[in-house]
Design a protein around this ligand. Structure first.
Ligand SMILES: [Zn+2]
Length: 406
C-alpha cells in the first residue's frame, strides 16, 4: 500500500497556517479575502507544479485535476479553505491539504489510476463573511439560488458578487461539478468534537450528517415595576422561559443518548434590572441521525402548554434539515482501508454541516473524520496532531484508489 509523506504534509499544514495567521495559533481567513486569495494562489502554484490542470467555476470553486483515461469521470476530494474569525488551522483546509498530499503521492510515485483525480476548494463554506454557510456547494447542487447569493453582503457592505468579480477566480458555469464529469466525492474533515480523541480512535467513518431542527420560542407576559408588583400578580416571561427550558431538558434527556440539543440564543425584553421581563425569546437546536428521534423532540415541543406561569407561549420552526446518508459502498471503503492500515475506526454521524452533504445529492459521496484534540474547533486551540492527519491522508489516498478500481 502506498503511503503519504509526513514531511510533505507538515510543510503543507505549516505553509497554509501563514495565510491569515492571527499570531495566537489560529487564523482569520474569510472567504475571498486577501488572505484566502493568497492561500488559493499557493494551492494553484503547488498543483501546477504537479502538472494538474486548474479550472474554476462561476462560484470560484477551484478544481485541480490529474488526468486519467480519456472519457472517464473524475474522483473529487477536498474541502474549504476559508475560516471563521479566529478559527483554527485544520477545519476545512486539512481536507484540501490531505487531498493535495494524496494527489502528490499519486503523481510522484506514479501510482496507476484510471480516473482523473481532482482536488477541490469550495468557496465560502463557513458563511462567516457572506451568509449562508456552504454557499457555493449549495449553489452548484441547486440548494441555493445563485442570484440571491450574489447579493449577500459582508460587514463592510461588499456583496459576494463584488468579491467574486475581483477575486480572479470566477470561472464558467460549465466547469461546475456535475454527475457526467465526476463519479465520486470523498471529503476529509476534522471531527470538531471530542469523541474520537476520547475513545482513542484514529479514523471516524462518517455515515452521514445528522438531521436537525431549530425552533424559536416566544414568551409574552407583562412588564411591571420590580419594586411594586407583588409576586402573585406577576406575568414574568423570563421565569416562564426558564421553566420551559428546564422542562425541555428533563424530557429530552429521556430520549436517545446520541441526541444533542442546545439553547444558544436568548433575549429578554426590556432587559433592564428594575423591570419584569415582558417578552423573552430563546432558540432550541436539536440534532440526531434518526428522523424518529427528531419526531419525538417535536412531540415534546408540542406538549408545552400555551400558557406557562400566566405567560403566553408560542413557537415556530426557524429552519431544519433532514438527515443525509452517505454512499454505503464508499463508507465501507473508508472503514476497510483504515483497518488494513492498522488504524482504529468508529462509525459516526456528523453534527456540523459540510459541503459533502450537498455533493452527495449529485454523485456518490462519503467523508473521513480525524480527531480534534479536546474537541476544540472554530477557535485557535483547534488541533490535530500531524501523525493523526497523516493517518487520515493515507485512508483518503487508499479510498480514492479503491474507488478508482471499483
Ligand atoms: Zn469545515
Amino acid at each position: 500500500m502506498s503511503s503519504c509523506n509526513l514531511e510533505r504534509l507538515k510543510d503543507k499544514i505549516e505553509t497554509f497556517a501563514k495565510f491569515g495567521d492571527t499570531g495566537n495559533g489560529g487564523i482569520t481567513r474569510f472567504s475571498l479575502s486577501r488572505e484566502a486569495l493568497a492561500a488559493r494562489a499557493e494551492f494553484v502554484k503547488r498543483c501546477e507544479r504537479l502538472g494538474m490542470i486548474i479550472t474554476t467555476d462561476d462560484m470560484a470553486n477551484v478544481y485541480a485535476t490529474i488526468s486519467g483515461e480519456e472519457g472517464l469521470p473524475a474522483i473529487i476530494s477536498g474541502s474549504h479553505a476559508d475560516s471563521v474569525r479566529q478559527g483554527g488551522n485544520y477545519d476545512g483546509i486539512l481536507g484540501v491539504l490531505t487531498a493535495l498530499e494524496a494527489a502528490e503521492t499519486i503523481v510522484t510515485e506514479k501510482i496507476p489510476h484510471r480516473h482523473p483525480i481532482t482536488v477541490v476548494i469550495w468557496t465560502n463554506e463557513e458563511g462567516a463573511r457572506f451568509e449562508p454557510a456552504m454557499m457555493s456547494s449549495g449553489v452548484i447542487t441547486g440548494k441555493f439560488a445563485k442570484d440571491k447569493m450574489l447579493t449577500s453582503k459582508d460587514a463592510e457592505g461588499v456583496t459576494f458578487k463584488e468579491a467574486l468579480e475581483v477575486s480572479g477566480y470566477m470561472g464558467e458555469e460549465k466547469n461546475r461539478l456535475s454527475a457526467d464529469k465526476y463519479m465520486a466525492c470523498v471529503e476529509l474533515h476534522i471531527e470538531q468534537g471530542p469523541v474520537l480523541e476520547a475513545e482513542g480512535v484514529d479514523i471516524g467513518v462518517v455515515e452521514g450528517v445528522c438531521g436537525m431542527i431549530n425552533y424559536e420560542f416566544t414568551f409574552t407576559g407583562q412588564a411591571g415595576h420590580a419594586g411594586t408588583t407583588p409576586m402573585k400578580y406577576r406575568k414574568d416571561a423570563l421565569y416562564a422561559a426558564v421553566k420551559t427550558i428546564q422542562y425541555l431538558h428533563d424530557e429530552l434527556d429521556k430520549l436517545d443518548s446520541k441526541l444533542v440539543y442546545t439553547t444558544g440564543k436568548i433575549a429578554a425584553h426590556p432587559n433592564i434590572h428594575t423591570i419584569i421581563p415582558d417578552v423573552v425569546k430563546f432558540t432550541l437546536d436539536a440534532r440526531h441521525q434518526d428522523p424518529e428521534v427528531i419526531k419525538q423532540v417535536l412531540e415534546i415541543i408540542k406538549a408545552i402548554p400555551s400558557e406557562v406561569e400566566k405567560c403566553q407561549v408560542s413557537y415556530q420552526e426557524a429552519w431544519s434539515r433532514a438527515t443525509v446518508s452517505f454512499y454505503p459502498k464508499y463508507i465501507d471503503y473508508v472503514e476497510s482501508n483504515a483497518k488494513k492500515l492498522g488504524y482504529t475506526t468508529k462509525r459516526l454521524y456528523s453534527g456540523p454541516g459540510h459541503d459533502a452533504q450537498f455533493i452527495t445529492d449529485v454523485i456518490p459521496t462519503t467523508m473521513i473524520f480525524v480527531p480534534s484534540v479536546g474537541g476544540h474547533s472554530h477557535c485557535e486551540e483547534e488541533y490535530t496532531p500531524l501523525e493523526a492527519c497523516l493517518k487520515g491522508a493515507n485512508v483518503l489516498l487508499d479510498t480514492i484508489l479503491s474507488i478508482d478500481k471499483s
